[in-house]
Design a protein around this ligand. Structure first.
Ligand code: LLP
Length: 409
């Protein structure tokens, strides 16, 4: 998180001390760094310069309208997985010609929306979906640009709950089935097959699965002698949640993709989510209470698993950073927990952590991706506010949900 660091003993986001932000804004809140998002996008773009891909930001990673707008202005398209994300991307000013729509369960309404807005590609994930889109296209007397998402049966070597490219996962169409579909493609006269797409998983830290996937794609393209305009290689690029992760070498991967592009003569699409926003956000929370347990101390935060699900869902480990640093250490073990009535509403256990007091603030690190977008109203808690910093300027980009509106249904 290069844009977040200590200046003296105070933790800063760009040029503003977080303590100062907490004095004016009630916790918990998400805080993003605009310059970190810009850097991430430009870094990604630079790494694949020669490939010159269409970079479709996976809106599910963070679908805040201002963040979509920011990425759109930088030149990003969007990868969406629902009618809601599609409409948000368009509202954020992203050109529909750079929007791809994935997902195994697109409804008729969502397909109609995609057609109405003339998006770049609908990435089809089953034969039944192809039939439905074809039927809608016929009714509308249109030819629809589509891609087929393949399931390459490649192990992304990541957490099993975020693997998507193995045969056992619900995503994409098996190679065998795609052969069948392609053989009978005249049954889908109203679809124009423009692309093949893949997305094998998330938080991927090895380039081997990507390499394997390119191999699978090349094989099928050659076997079927299929002429395509695009290959959508998905997202999945991992980030550093700690110092231990060794990230993918983009230069090596870019070379492979460039070679692949030359062989297939297709334009390349990427769908990065986490890589563009993961390290751009923190979740700032207050120590509400401290309670002595039998063998550890519970630091009860005002943020809960409803605000930030990753630890509860994937046992994800995020650093928790004191907003004001001190050398005073806690001797025993402490565990950060939240207020939600679930045992899994917890954020991490630490030894020798600095002493905290009730009313102190901490920042949960690397919470910019799949943080806010995964949050919920569980326990009838309002969605929290989101702020963005640019240099010294702070902007609220989502207000906290109104509790009194929330209780009406
Ligand atoms: N494209 C498709 C079709 C996807 O399903 C996903 C993510 C992406 C792109 C973006 O993947 P990324 O570049 O962000 O890895 N909630 C989980 C991650 C779920 C990812 C779902 N699909 C987490 O917090 O780790």
């Amino acid at each position: 998180m290069p844009q977040f660091k200590y200046v003296g003993e105070k933790f800063f986001a760009e040029k503003v001390s977080i303590e100062k932000i907490t004095s004016k804004n009630k916790t918990p809140f998400y805080l993003y760094s605009e310059n970190q998002i810009k850097e991430n996008f430009l870094n990604f773009k630079r790494s694949f310069k020669q490939v010159n891909p269409i970079i479709c930001f996976a809106a599910k990673a963070n679908s805040n309208l201002s963040i979509l707008r920011l990425l759109g202005k930088l030149g990003a398209g969007a990868d969406v997985v629902s009618g809601g994300e599609l409409l948000k991307a368009i509202k954020a000013g992203i050109n529909p010609n750079k929007i791809v729509f994935s997902g195994v369960g697109k409804t008729e309404e969502e397909i109609l929306l995609a057609i109405k807005h003339k998006i770049l590609l609908i990435n089809i994930e089953s034969e039944s979906e192809a039939k439905l889109i074809d039927k809608i296209a016929l009714k509308q007397k249109k030819i629809i640009n589509v891609g087929f998402r393949l399931n390459p049966n490649v192990d992304a070597k990541t957490h099993k709950k975020i693997s998507t490219g193995k045969a056992e996962n619900k995503f994409g169409i098996s190679i065998k089935e795609f052969h069948q579909i392609f053989k009978n493609k005249e049954r889908f006269n109203n679809l124009k097959i423009q692309a093949l797409s893949v997305h094998i998983g998330s938080q991927i830290l090895s380039d081997l699965p990507y390499k394997k996937t390119l191999g699978v794609l090349l094989k099928i393209i050659n076997e079927l002698n299929i002429k395509l305009k695009f290959i959508d290689l998905g997202g999945g690029f991992g980030i550093n949640y700690s110092d231990h992760e060794q990230l993918i070498n983009f230069n090596n991967y870019a070379k492979l993709v460039l070679d692949f592009k030359k062989k297939t003569k297709c334009d390349i699409i990427f769908e990065p989510g986490r890589f563009l926003v993961g390290n751009s956000g923190i979740l700032v929370s207050k120590v509400q209470y401290i309670k002595n347990g039998t063998n550890k101390k519970f630091i009860i935060l005002d943020a809960g698993m409803n605000d930030f699900m990753r630890p509860a869902l994937y046992d994800a480990q995020h650093s928790i950073i004191p907003v004001s640093r001190s050398k005073n250490k806690n001797k025993g073990t402490i565990e950060f927990v939240g207020p939600i009535c679930e045992t899994t509403c917890k954020f991490g256990k630490f030894k020798n952590y600095q002493k905290l007091n009730e009313g102190d603030f901490v920042a949960i690190a690397n919470a910019g991706a799949y943080g806010s977008s995964l949050s919920s109203n569980y326990n009838t808690k309002p969605l929290i506010s989101e702020l963005i910093v640019n240099n010294k300027k702070i902007k609220i980009i989502r207000k906290k949900q109104d509790l009194f509106k929330l209780i009406n249904s």
